[in-house]
Design a protein around this ligand. Structure first.
Ligand code: DGL
Length: 275
């Protein structure tokens, strides 16, 4: 492996701000890697858009990150991972990892009785990606999935401990509780920030699976396996957005509890048509 390839940054892509939960885990586990994060804030939310539209956005974002010389692409967004992973793997010259497979594997391994709940955006739940990935690891598992579209705006608003969030969680999660799930996959970038409320509603005996921390471990293993592990003594971290860098910085403080530094506004290149 050419040593300069190892010094290239890891690209992290999300529809907006929620993928910072993944970036945070990556920076913690891989402190000597440089990163370029792209949040498509001009077009968020992806979770209530069609598969074709999300795939087009994903190709365009990937093209942008390739222009920044990435060596590896992490799809922090569950909706993108659920709908576009195969397509991006076909089209890109760098390895691509999504959050579904690591989250599904962890859920299958940690569930005591095989009763697994999955929550995510409408697009993620409708794609069936988590359901399929869990079944591949644990075919006898009983998987119940539920879209929770109001969670994203609640988190964006910073209402992660608000009584309204708790009430919404009780409504969304009641069918999963009735099914007696022992493990709940937080299948959306924003949901780890609601973990306290979700745990309160589900009860302490239910495992919560955070796909963000699971994917960081997979990225480390993949980099190692491909001889791409970075050893930068002064890694750099760039954050790019397609709209509203000031708002992004502000909301980011809730997500990462720290200042991101400068957030750059970029234009997304148009990609070749999907299909
Ligand atoms: N990042 C998305 C996900 O993880 C949530 C926000 C959106 O709908 O774009 O599915």
């Amino acid at each position: 492996m050419n040593p300069s390839a190892r010094l290239k940054p890891i690209g992290v892509f999300d529809s907006g701000i929620g993928g910072l939960t993944v970036l945070h885990e990556l920076m913690r586990l891989l402190p000597r890697e440089s990163t370029v994060y792209f949040g498509d804030t001009a077009r968020v939310q992806y979770g209530n858009k069609s598969e074709t539209t999300v795939q087009r956005f994903a190709l365009e974002a990937a093209q942008l990150l390739m222009q920044h010389g990435i060596k590896f692409l992490v799809l922090a967004c569950n909706t993108v991972s659920a709908t576009s992973l195969t397509l991006l793997r076909q089209r890109l010259p760098v390895p691509v990892v999504g959050v579904i497979e690591p989250g599904a594997q962890a859920a299958a391994a940690r569930s005591r009785g095989g009763h697994i709940g999955v929550i995510g955006t409408a697009a993620t739940v409708e794609s069936g990606a988590y359901q399929k990935a869990i079944a591949a690891w644990r075919p006898e598992a009983n998987v119940v999935a539920r879209a929770c579209p109001l969670f994203v705006p609640l988190v964006e608003e910073g209402w992660t401990r608000h009584q309204v969030a708790e009430e919404v969680a009780r409504i969304y999660l009641s069918p999963l509780k009735a099914e007696g799930v022992d493990t709940l996959v937080l299948g959306c970038t924003h949901y780890p920030l609601l973990a306290d409320i979700l745990s309160l509603v589900m009860g302490p005996e239910v495992n919560l699976i955070n796909s963000a921390s699971e994917v960081a471990r997979v990225v480390r293993d993949e980099l190692e396996r491909r001889d791409l592990l970075g050893q930068a003594s002064r890694p750099t971290h760039r954050v790019l957005v397609s709209d509203g860098p000031e708002r992004f910085s502000r909301v980011a403080r809730n997500f990462m509890g720290e200042d991101l530094g400068p957030v750059e506004l970029v234009a997304v290149p148009a990609a070749a048509a999907v299909g």
